[in-house]
Design a protein around this ligand. Structure first.
Ligand code: HEC
Length: 170
């Protein structure tokens, strides 16, 4: 009996903790050291990201050479990318292709048209790029942990208006 009680307490604590952390949409994501968004913007241009991307709300230089695609970035594209998703899409572009485009527009044989920068980018440049891009995204709301309040059941029998009479008639 006592162990059942302990398990219940542990369960309630867990539920409470997950509910309390609900406000932190980055919970469960990875955390890189803080980046420098201003430098990130600079790298976005110098590394050629501008060849294939427009970041809505950012003033970026014209691309030196136009890439094969023009993929829009930023929340105003109505696609919200979490911090973790931004990191993933840079270090592993083919992990999940941007859902707003036809596969044949943005990939070739399942591989993203975005080149790998993993042997070129330093981790500092990555954190700076993500800091720059993240500032242009409203943070994604995690889809789980959406609780809906159950509608209040009307009493089966119409009792008096007396408040004390709200015992469940079932
Ligand atoms: C040759 C073109 C090209 C270049 C250069 C390029 N990208 Fe991409 N990028 C793409 C394509 C195509 C996609 C969409 C397919 C995908 O999700 O991989 C994409 C997707 C992304 C996404 C995810 C967008 C979404 O809505 O899911 C991010 C973030 C991104 N790129 C950042 C960068 C950064 C940062 C750089 C420079 C370091 C860069 N890209 C350089 C072509 C490019």
């Amino acid at each position: 009996m006592r162990s059942l009680f302990n398990s219940l307490v542990a369960l309630c604590t867990l539920i409470c903790l997950s509910a309390c952390d609900r406000d932190d949409p980055r919970q469960g994501d990875i955390y890189l050291p803080e980046g420098d968004a201003v430098k990130g913007e600079m790298y976005f241009a110098s590394l050629g990201c501008v060849n294939c991307h427009v970041v809505i709300g950012a003033e970026l230089p014209e691309p030196a050479e136009a890439g094969p695609v023009r993929v829009l970035l930023g929340s105003q594209t109505r696609r919200k990318l979490s911090y973790g998703a931004l990191v993933t899409s840079i270090v592993n572009p083919s992990h999940r292709l941007s859902a707003r485009y036809r596969k044949d527009e943005v990939s070739d044989g399942g591989e993203s048209l975005m080149p790998s920068y993993n042997d070129v980018l330093t981790v500092t440049q990555l954190t700076d790029l993500v800091a720059f891009l993240d500032a242009h995204y409203e943070t994604a709301v995690r889809p789980d942990y959406e609780y809906r309040a159950y509608p209040r059941r009307e009493p089966l029998r119409n009792q008096s208006d007396d408040d004390s009479a709200n015992a469940n008639p079932q």
